[in-house]
Design a protein around this ligand. Structure first.
Ligand SMILES: Nc1ncnc2c1ncn2[C@@H]1O[C@H](COP(=O)(O)OP(=O)(O)OP(=O)(O)O)[C@@H](O)[C@H]1O
Ligand SMILES: [Mg+2]
Length: 206
């Protein structure tokens, strides 16, 4: 479950989030659209506990790190670890076997790059490694910020397919994106504009 109730957040006197209400149920994939600067990243940051709202409440928020995976717009890969070590991290931190790492890397087409460091691969390949790290431990909530921003159509399709499957397996998935192909895979599309969520209708068939 991902939810926000009455969330407000200002930066330097400018109110970016002006009373946000949303909820994403387990098994649901919801996309968040909105122009650059509309507050999508700010909202995801509050939802996952990277940042705090000035008022309002969120779930999961900071208390539930183990339950919520995040794919930040800035990726946040550890530069001193290889791609496979980065992806294994959420499993190792929980004492789980690292067997799933190879499967996820293969599904995203970066198995050949497993032993390379982030600086030795392209940005789109780093992006897929960050996605692999987000999904490998089967989180119950996933927040992804522009997960296809640097990908070609084939890689984007693999990413979208994986995100859809994570939702179908029971996770609540919220994705900030500008890409129509991601919206087309969603159960609902939310629009963030003027600091508010302005629509929440079920998508129509493409
Ligand atoms: N920590 C911060 N300090 C000051 N201003 C901030 C901070 N974080 C975000 N902002 C401002 O809040 C607004 C929303 O930024 P945000 O990054 O959420 O936009 P976005 O919708 O994710 O845009 P994009 O599509 O370009 O990623 C912007 O005007 C930004 O400059
Ligand atoms: Mg953003």
């Amino acid at each position: 479950m991902i939810s926000a109730t009455g969330v407000r957040r200002s930066f330097g006197g400018v109110e970016v989030l002006r009373g946000i209400d949303l909820s994403v149920a387990p098994g649901e994939l919801v996309t968040l659209s909105g122009p650059s600067g509309s507050g999508k990243t700010a909202l995801l940051s509050v939802l996952c506990g990277f940042d705090f709202p000035d008022s309002g409440t969120v779930t999961p928020g900071p208390a539930a790190w183990s339950a919520c995976a995040v794919l930040p717009q800035s990726l946040g890969l550890a530069t001193e670890l290889t791609l496979e070590e980065n992806v294994a991290l959420p499993l190792r931190l929980r004492g789980l076997p690292v067997g799933p790492v190879a499967d996820v890397l293969a599904e995203l087409g970066i198995a050949d790059l497993a032993r390379r460091y982030p600086a030795q691969v392209s940005f789109g390949q780093q992006q897929r490694a960050a996605l692999a790290r987000a999904v490998v431990a089967k989180p119950s909530a996933l927040l992804a910020d522009e997960p296809t921003a640097h990908l070609d159509a084939v890689s984007a399709d693999a990413t979208i397919g994986l995100l859809r499957r994570v939702a179908d397996d029971g996770a609540a998935v919220l994705i900030a994106t500008h890409h129509d192909a991601v919206h087309a895979a969603a159960d609902r599309v939310l629009e963030l504009a003027g600091g508010r969520i302005s629509s929440g209708s079920r998508r129509t068939a493409p």
